[in-house]
Write a protein that binds this ligand. Sequence first.
Ligand SMILES: NC(=O)C1=CN([C@@H]2O[C@H](COP(=O)(O)OP(=O)(O)OC[C@H]3O[C@@H](n4cnc5c(N)ncnc54)[C@H](OP(=O)(O)O)[C@@H]3O)[C@@H](O)[C@H]2O)C=CC1
Ligand SMILES: CC(C)(CO)C(=O)C(=O)O
Length: 343
Amino acid sequence: MASSQEFCVFGAGSIGCYVGGRLAASGATVRFIGRERVVQEVRANGLRLMDWRGADLRVPAAQVHIDTAPDALSTADLVLVTVKSSATEDAGRTLASRLKPGAVVISFQNGLHNAQVLRDVLPGRTVLTGMVPFNVAAQGQGTFFAGSEGTLEAEQHAGLAPFLDAFARAGLAVKQHADMVAVQWAKLLLNLNNAVNALANLPLKQELSQRAWRRCVSLAQREGLAVLAAAGVKPAKLTPLPPHWIPGLLELPDGVFAVLAQKMLAIDARARSSMWDDLHAGRTTEVDYLNGEIVRLGQKVRVPTPVNARLVALIREAEAGPRRDWTGEALLADLTQAAQARA
Ligand SMILES: NC(=O)C1=CN([C@@H]2O[C@H](COP(=O)(O)OP(=O)(O)OC[C@H]3O[C@@H](n4cnc5c(N)ncnc54)[C@H](OP(=O)(O)O)[C@@H]3O)[C@@H](O)[C@H]2O)C=CC1
Ligand SMILES: CC(C)(CO)C(=O)C(=O)O
């Protein structure tokens, strides 16, 4: 398709630099808007995009267009919003006065409502919901590593059609979906692990290899599934097993799990959740947009959610103060107690 298309990544971090970087490495024109620290890092090193299958792509520094100023918004045909959820409204306001007529915006964020938040501040604009299934770790010096598998998904919309070839050329083909709400809820169920991973303070692979941590995730997911059932929401199938089978799988002993859940453990040994990234960097996390959504929907449909409420509280505590050294057994006992106290 026309190489005159221009992409803009708003929020040059792990996802933005990786997805935008791969688009740029395959010949697309991409401009990045990010914070000073990332701008300096990328200007000094260029971008290196690696994945667990062995991809190793580079965009030399001289060819990366990255700035803290949002000027690139005024020439972009497609804007990828890749800020964390709490920064979405602010991002939308910056887009509002700058987007050119006909520009399309896509939210490649976790959580449920980011696209709607953008629509509210961008009336009359085409704002699409996207979903990123894979993990990306920022490794420093402009290197971004995708450490797990998965296909980008986006809401089915004619506005996306002109850009699909560029994503495919970048090795990031986009699967289009009629029902993104089901996709987002399914991703959110998987993201209930983010809080457990952040508290575990371990790489994902190490955390998910230990049954006690997995049982914590299972408790949170079972609660989430009960809430969704009561609300009449059927989450999409994003993994080899459907969502309602995953808690049972997580509860299996380590040896059996390692054999049956090879795909779930096929994660780079260094990869950690985006919530761990935030805690580690001293930033507010997205817990309210993930576990918090289960709590809010639970209140609406009158299904108790003590486990997710407790995870929200523990992450809030970790955001505010010194890190507590959890073991999987200790967190499991804490969450089980929270669940029993409510019963
Ligand atoms: N990392 C991962 O593996 C995955 C992440 N996701 C989701 O993707 C989204 C993005 O996550 P991720 O890439 O990890 O986040 P990052 O924090 O790595 O990147 C977002 C970047 O955007 C910057 N930013 C925020 N507001 C602005 C602004 N107004 N102007 C310029 N820059 C801005 C942030 O800076 P600052 O921190 O200073 O605000 C940060 O550097 C999240 O919703 C996350 O849940 C989904 C799948 C996997
Ligand atoms: C890919 C996954 C599920 C785990 O890294 C994620 O979405 C995140 O870290 O936020």
